[in-house]
Design a protein around this ligand. Structure first.
Ligand SMILES: Nc1ncnc2c1ncn2[C@@H]1O[C@H](COP(=O)(O)OP(=O)(O)OP(=O)(O)O)[C@@H](O)[C@H]1O
Length: 234
């Protein structure tokens, strides 16, 4: 068995097996299984409320499913405590959630630098790299702005910059461009896909947008908490 933080490059980055999850009486996910290989770009689509975000949160280890198993970078999350889950994610997994989920007390540049600081980088280098990623994400003017002063689309740009700065092995993104206009959204998605292709990272993107899904390697469509169809797109 591999050690925490060290994964075999040949093994899947993520394996979900028969995941079921309910919020009180609402069954959100009913028996979803999927495997994501290194470098794979997977779109998860389906109508509102079909369970897409719940699957993504389970994959990230943010929700403990009521049943089923999750293997992230070859490690089982079942029975792993919060610290162990955080350790497994750190530096290797990045998340862009629907509304950016930035740290409200930090400016744009400090939000982007945060994963590097947590990884032990010095503040000067972390902020320099963060400024570079803000620029690539079209958000350099947000360096000194706090999240409360940002629009939804601006917060998404900063969140994408933060997700790319660690060169993660797995990027999880929930409607990462949903608050941007179509051109801005396309550019930001191009950047995420380009980075994934360049670095060999896997990317799972939850989207309502067919043009986003069309650019993935594979599309999984959920309906009422189950995988309704799966298509290989390349
Ligand atoms: N925190 C929660 N408490 C109660 N019910 C929830 C919660 N989160 C999600 N649900 C319900 O679980 C089901 C699946 O929700 P989920 O957010 O995973 O779907 P989704 O496909 O991502 O939806 P959307 O596209 O609208 O974001 C829905 O019926 C939703 O109302």
């Amino acid at each position: 068995m591999s050690q925490v933080g060290v994964s075999d490059p040949a093994e899947p980055v993520l394996v979900l097996e028969n995941i079921q999850h309910a919020y009180r009486r609402t069954i959100a996910v009913r028996g979803v299984s999927l495997t994501v290989q290194p470098g794979e770009i997977l779109a998860v689509t389906g109508p509102s409320g079909c369970g897409k975000s719940t699957v993504l949160h389970v994959a990230a280890g943010l929700i403990r499913p009521q049943s089923g198993t999750v293997r992230l970078f070859g490690q089982s999350l079942t029975g792993a405590g919060d610290d162990e889950r955080a350790r497994l994610r750190r530096g290797k997994l990045s998340l862009v959630l629907q509304f950016g989920q930035l740290v409200p007390e930090l400016t744009g540049v400090d939000n982007v630098a945060l994963p590097l600081l947590l990884d032990g980088h010095g503040p000067t280098q972390a902020r320099r790299l963060a400024l570079g990623w803000l620029e690539r994400c079209g958000a350099q003017e947000l360096a000194d702005v706090e999240p409360a002063e940002m629009s939804g689309g601006q917060a998404q740009r900063v969140a994408v910059a933060r997700s790319l700065i660690t060169s993660p092995q797995l990027m999880l993104a929930d409607e990462p461009t949903g608050s941007l206009d179509s051109i801005g959204g396309r550019e930001l998605l191009d950047l995420m896909i380009g980075e994934a292709r360049r670095s060999g990272a896997a990317l799972i993107v939850v989207t309502h947008d067919n043009s986003v899904a069309a650019r993935a390697d594979r599309e999984i469509r959920l309906f009422d908490g189950e995988i309704a169809s799966e298509a290989v797109l390349v």
